[in-house]
Design a protein. Structure first.
Length: 509
């Protein structure tokens, strides 16, 4: 976004104080995607709903965030980058407070939607503001700092979510945002008011925005509620499917013909961008489905507490932070499609490794795939982002970044919804098959009653055994499916034309 007069970059302590504050704001928003994952069973129990319904607290935030990201450029141009950043982070704080005060699932989901709308612009705006205050020769450091906070948040999200849920209450996973946001708002407003961009009176594509909300919203509600309403045996689900289909088709047609589209879909004419964005969507959908499903399985089947589940899943971010600089440097030295293919295929191998899990798996067996997943994450995230952005014209970069983040976030929410829905459905089917194939039930019941259990207790123990095994088999099936999709996505990387990326991580972002 152009400025009326070039502003001098910050220097010294002022630069790093402001940069770390912006990075902290980005960290907090990304953290809120993962901090609720391990708390889903706790939230569901507190609000008296099923764990599959508890995932709405995750997916509703992600979908709202995805919808708001493409609008960031318009609002920043209309009100100014710094001003809109402050409005967004203040709204994020307000709705974090209301999420924490929620006493019903309906209220929590509604406020999570508004929290996602507020938080979505913080990610691209914080990146833009970091580039505004850093000298040109340190742009790589600015973007590296932004990328590091985005990568590091998954480490702390599950741990914080588990510790808070087990030792305080799930409400505090939202209250914890308030002091952090207050600090960020104060520092940014004081330090960056002089960097405000000029405001422009731009027309807004209201129809396109409404079609986007209707289409994506109907799709997500259908995915979230389909299992409990017997999918297309329900009139409500059929109506939602029709609304989602018509809404998305109308949105695409409108955006391709509108002079000032809210989402510039014409960018998909670039084969490299379209292919890279497609791989990002499939890959992140698989990745996020695994991230959401694993804590559910650990807590509901293996009996882990939220804290224990958090400590298990958090290992996923360790190597990703350490490997990120190398992934950025390699982009300029080798064909980036090679490193991206390695990253996506590696994630597939780690998903395949998870299929070896069983109810007898010990903690270290569960940790290893999480730890080594981090080796592939930077090559996947940084590499594909760089390939996508290198495939478009410079004047299209803002729109391209918004669309790419929209697709990534939306596919993550869809992946989580599909995975949890299929988990319940497959577990029920597997349980029926296992129950039909059980032998020696009467003899086992007699042994259990002889050991002092009542008939009801013995029957409940066998039922629990069936539930545990069925849920585990269903989990393994979903891991196998995500592994296959990762491998297909890795092959699709080679649809992207070869491009030259200069400047390593900085150039890529």
């Amino acid at each position: 976004m152009s400025q009326s007069a070039p502003l001098q970059p910050m220097q010294g302590a002022a630069l790093w104080l402001t940069a770390l504050t912006l990075a902290l704001a980005n960290f907090t928003v990304v953290l809120d995607i993962t901090i609720a994952n391990v708390s889903i069973p706790t939230i569901a129990g507190s609000l008296a709903v099923a764990p599959s319904q508890g995932t709405w607290a995750v997916t509703s935030y992600s979908v709202a965030e995805a919808i708001s990201v493409p609008l960031s450029g318009w609002f920043a141009a209309r009100f100014g980058v710094v001003r809109w950043f402050c409005v967004s982070i203040a709204g994020f704080a307000l709705f974090s407070l209301l999420c924490g005060l929620s006493q019903s699932l309906e209220a929590l989901v509604a406020f999570r939607v508004l929290q996602g709308f507020s938080g979505g612009p913080i990610m691209p705006l914080s990146q833009a503001m970091l580039q505004m205050i850093f000298p040109k020769e340190k742009q790589g450091a600015a973007l590296g700092l932004w990328a590091s906070t985005t990568t590091a948040a998954p480490i702390f999200g599950p741990i914080l979510g588990g510790l808070i849920s087990d030792n305080l209450s799930w409400h505090w996973i939202f209250f914890i945002n308030l002091p952090v946001v207050a600090l960020c708002l104060t520092v940014v407003w004081q330090r960056m008011r002089g960097y405000e961009t000029p405001r422009q009176r731009l027309p807004i594509d209201i129809i396109g925005f409404l079609l986007l909300v209707i289409g994506v919203g109907a799709l997500q509600i259908m995915l979230d509620t389909g299992r409990e309403k017997d999918w297309f045996g329900s009139t409500e689900i059929v109506v939602l499917a029709i609304v989602a289909t018509l809404g998305i088709i109308a949105f695409v047609i409108w955006e391709l013909t509108e002079a000032h589209p809210v989402v510039d879909l014409r960018i998909f004419r670039h084969r490299g961008f379209a292919a890279a964005t497609g791989v990002i969507g499939v890959g992140f959908g698989c990745f996020f489905s695994v991230v959401v499903l694993t804590p559910l399985w650990l807590q509901s089947v293996l009996g882990y507490t939220a804290t224990q589940a958090g400590y298990t899943v958090a290992w996923i971010g360790v190597f990703s932070v350490l490997v990120a600089p190398a992934a950025g440097l390699l982009l300029a030295r080798v064909d980036p499609r090679i490193t991206v293919t390695f990253g996506v295929a590696w994630l597939g191998l780690m998903a395949l490794w998870r299929t070896s899990w069983s109810t007898d798996s010990d903690w270290i067996h569960l940790v290893w795939p999480h730890l080594f997943t981090g080796l592939g994450m930077p090559f996947f995230f940084i590499g594909l982002t760089s390939l996508a952005m290198a495939s478009v014209k410079p004047e299209e970069s803002v729109s391209a970044a918004g669309i790419m983040n929209f697709v990534r976030t939306l596919c993550g929410a869809i992946g989580a919804a599909v995975a949890t829905s299929q988990w319940d459905t497959q577990a029920s089917r597997v349980r029926s098959v296992l129950a039909e194939g059980m032998n020696g039930v009467d003899a086992t019941m007699q042994k259990m009653t002889a050991a002092g259990l009542s008939t009801e207790q013995a029957r409940a123990s066998l039922s629990r055994l069936l539930d545990v095994q069925a849920a585990t088999v269903a989990t393994v099936h979903i891991y196998a499916a995500t592994a296959l999709l990762f491998f297909i996505a890795a092959a699709a990387v080679w649809i992207i034309p070869k491009v030259k990326i200069s400047g390593g991580m900085g150039g890529g972002h």
